[in-house]
Design a binder for this molecule. Sequence first.
Ligand code: ZN
Length: 387
Amino acid sequence: MIKNTTISGIHYETGEFVTVEISDSLIKSITIHTAQEKKENVPFISPGLIDNQTNGYVGINFQDEIFTVERMRTAARALWKDGVTTFIPTLVTESKENLIRNFRILSQVYNDDYLRGSVPGFHLEGPYISTEKGFYGCHLFKEIRKPSWDEFMEFQEAAGGKIILTTVAPEVEGGLDFIKKCTESGVLVSIGHTNATAEIIYRAVDYGATLSTHLGNGCANTINRHVNPLWPQLACDKLTPSVIADGFHLRPEELTVFFKVKGENNIIITSDVTHLAGMPPGEYEYMGSKVIMNEEGLILNPALNVLAGASMPLKKGIQTMINFTGCSLKQAVNLATKNVARVHRLSDRGILETGKRADIILFTMDEKNHVTIKETWVAGKRVYPES
Ligand SMILES: [Zn+2]
């Protein structure tokens, strides 16, 4: 039993000085103070960040064979420290055996009390994606295959039914039918690593696809200016894109256009981090290739001279969105909280409101809009600094 406790800060949306009262795991009340009561150097207060694509953290790869619940706890502590209170572990294109092995471990993660509900389910990105060069990105080419509902059901069984999101290329043989079945079974479908035509993308939406995975990435460098998968995904209001706003994966004008076209309520930021997030610069092995991470956290595959993954915490996306697009703090934070909760139907979090789960962060920002997390609370308990 956790006794009532309070947290105060500047509300990230309104700029008001507020005190949030927590009872057990929930927000019990929010009190707005008068301007006179406002103290100096008060941090901002917002809902905890929600990341729908996390492949690993601090050297722990959710996909590798030494992955365990204990290692996930270590990764979660590092994510909490970076202000992420909910994350969706993501497994990518791999052999059937290895995917089943790690979904089994993830099903234990889901039920782990220590994680306090930070993991609401899992994301399977691939293996049913484009085999065209440039579109499959750094996924293991030899393991990319046609959609198989039976195989997916085996993954789902291993995962305890908690695969809640899958990234699919709708144009591959059987892709549309697969999307339909996923939607009917309650799994969210995101279009990604795709070179689909407009017609197929619109059909995928008719069949239930609601998201676009890391729009602007997982796409060949050279595409037709009229016929390419970007225009229809931008044109379709029913698709909410995720964007990797780490400052490397998309240029300022791309992020600005995506944000303007979709609007502040219909786009989310994701980290898509590999396990190299939080690691020192250097040479590493990733997805069977040698990669180099530089001082800024940029990960390059030198043999192919392409970006080979992301390493920036989700909070970097808040800074990037503000600096690249000129959006407000409120808008930027909502892209990593309210909007993500909405698309994932996590109605208990992502918003500072009475009755919601007390997933809360306190943070400061410097003149370059760099975000520093001061405190992180998950379900009413302070998890950073650990109490
Ligand atoms: Zn991807």
